[in-house]
Design a protein. Structure first.
Length: 242
């Protein structure tokens, strides 16, 4: 399966990533990608950027090396399902993703709590994608999350970095991810296959998801980032064609 966009990438601003916006865009162009979203972690992440980082992203060009750049965030979900940027700050951005992370103000313990927090974030109309929802560190009720994603028109991510040699079997669960994908197809929830790149060489790399794609029977029409037009539609015309 070939993707045209990567909706989850990190720059040096995240504090634990190692490439610049320009380096990510150059790598994306070399791999034939038409669009990337820059989704540095929200300010609750240790070492992460200040809120001014997000409010000033307008200075980043819309195109770098011919690649459309969405200025975004991977916001941190709190115990009660809030995220760590306010509406007035989020409105400066093209794309808002949100996920649960260690050491970022989240300390819930149960499946019920993780599920409620995730669904709470989905209720924010500015949140367009939930990152790594099939996460073994913070397991959720997958059916409930998929049904909520259908209700609130939220993308669910299939996270490639969860299946790298460092995280597979720890954060990444083949069984849970395949279940999420099959349920998403059933409920017409858009999926996005993303790299979660923290280094430029990983931009657009979904090779770790080969087994997920096969076992879940995913087709291009199930995956939003196989088509720039699909992304444009779900983001309500915010994305211009390359």
């Amino acid at each position: 399966m070939k993707i045209e966009a990567d909706l989850h990438t990190h720059t040096i601003a995240s504090g634990h990533a190692y490439s610049t916006v320009s380096e990510l865009a150059f790598a994306a162009a070399g791999k034939g990608l038409k669009l990337i979203a820059i989704t540095d972690h929200g300010p609750k992440m240790p070492g992460g950027p200040h809120i001014y980082h997000f409010m000033n992203m307008k200075v980043v060009p819309d195109y770098i090396h011919g690649v459309r750049i969405l200025k975004g965030v991977e916001a941190n979900i709190s115990n009660v399902g809030k995220i760590d940027l306010e509406e007035r700050q989020l409105k400066h951005l093209d794309f808002v993703a949100a996920g649960i992370h260690n050491d970022a103000g989240y300390d819930n313990k149960t499946i019920e709590e993780h599920t409620a927090a995730t669904i709470g974030a989905m209720k924010n109309p500015l949140v367009k994608m939930i990152t790594h929802p099939a996460n073994l560190y913070f397991p959720v009720d997958i059916l409930a999350v998929v049904q909520a994603a259908a209700e609130y028109n939220v993308i669910l991510e299939v996270n490639a970095s969860s299946f790298d040699k460092f995280r597979y079997g720890k954060r990444g669960s083949l069984e849970r991810t395949v279940e999420m994908c099959k349920l998403s197809k059933k409920y017409n929830v858009p999926l996005s296959l993303n790299s979660d790149a923290h280094f430029y060489a990983d931009v657009g790399n979904i090779e770790p998801l080969v087994d997920v794609i096969s076992m879940a029977g995913l087709k291009e029409e199930d995956v939003i980032n196989t088509s720039i037009n699909s992304i444009k539609k779900i983001l309500q015309e915010k994305v211009s064609q390359a």
